[in-house]
Design a protein. Structure first.
Length: 222
């Protein structure tokens, strides 16, 4: 749902960012009071941290939380600082291993169940809060690392948005991070088709190679 020129520019941006990410790994970082170790095949925390801060603010002690696409585990670990029942899933087995190790490292392993799952495939039950920081790009991933930023034809995003309401308890909500470096009009179409209301909780502006993008954190509710 974008012009061919914007598609080409975003592809160039994506490839440059992917190479930079490859070169930065493995890494050890301290983020929001957490120590995280991120191996070569796992997407590291990115952005200005607004999504992560909002996770900590959004989670209630009584919430059962699902962290979809947990990556290095940052979302699940922050949720577990408030909730004692967190499920964290990722399609990347190396991410599941790294996230579980980071949970032990930060003393919250007993509060989180880690599972390898293709979207909801291994997920049981319903939740008060779903967290999702999906891949923004619609390209085919070349390796496990790129699965963190590339979702061919938005298969995973479409599956999540189509089925998410089935996993929400009454009064449940979704915290979703997405930006205009992806096809945000397609996301809006999915939100509308799912019958969800969206509220913008935070925005971040970024310019790279004269291409301006905006990142959003949304709260979605039925």
């Amino acid at each position: 749902m974008m012009s061919p020129q914007r598609v080409r520019r975003l592809r160039k941006w994506h490839d440059e960012a992917y190479r930079e990410m490859q070169e930065s790994l493995p890494l050890r970082i301290f983020h929001m009071g957490l120590e995280l170790r991120v191996p070569e095949d796992v997407f590291p925390p990115a952005g200005d941290g607004s999504f992560h801060r909002l996770i900590r603010d959004e989670v209630r002690p009584s919430d059962r939380v699902l962290d979809m696409g947990t990556g290095s585990g940052i979302g699940a670990l922050l949720a577990a600082s408030q909730s004692s029942e967190v499920v964290a899933v990722d399609i990347n087995p190396r991410a599941v291993e790294a996230a579980a190790a980071n949970a032990v490292r930060n003393g919250v392993a007993e509060r989180i169940t880690f599972l390898e799952s293709d979207v909801f495939a291994a997920v049981d039950g319903t939740f008060d809060l779903l967290l999702f920081d999906p891949p923004f790009r619609w390209f085919k991933a070349r390796d496990l690392l790129e699965l963190g930023t590339a979702d061919e034809n938005y298969r995973a995003l479409t599956t999540f948005m189509t089925r998410a309401r089935q996993y929400l308890r009454p009064g449940g909500r979704i915290l979703l991070h997405f930006g205009t470096s992806g096809d945000i009009d397609y996301l809006y179409q999915l939100i509308d088709a799912a019958g969800l209301k969206k509220e913008v909780l935070a925005t971040e502006q970024l310019t790279r190679d004269d291409l301006a993008v905006t990142y959003y954190v949304f709260r979605l509710t039925p």
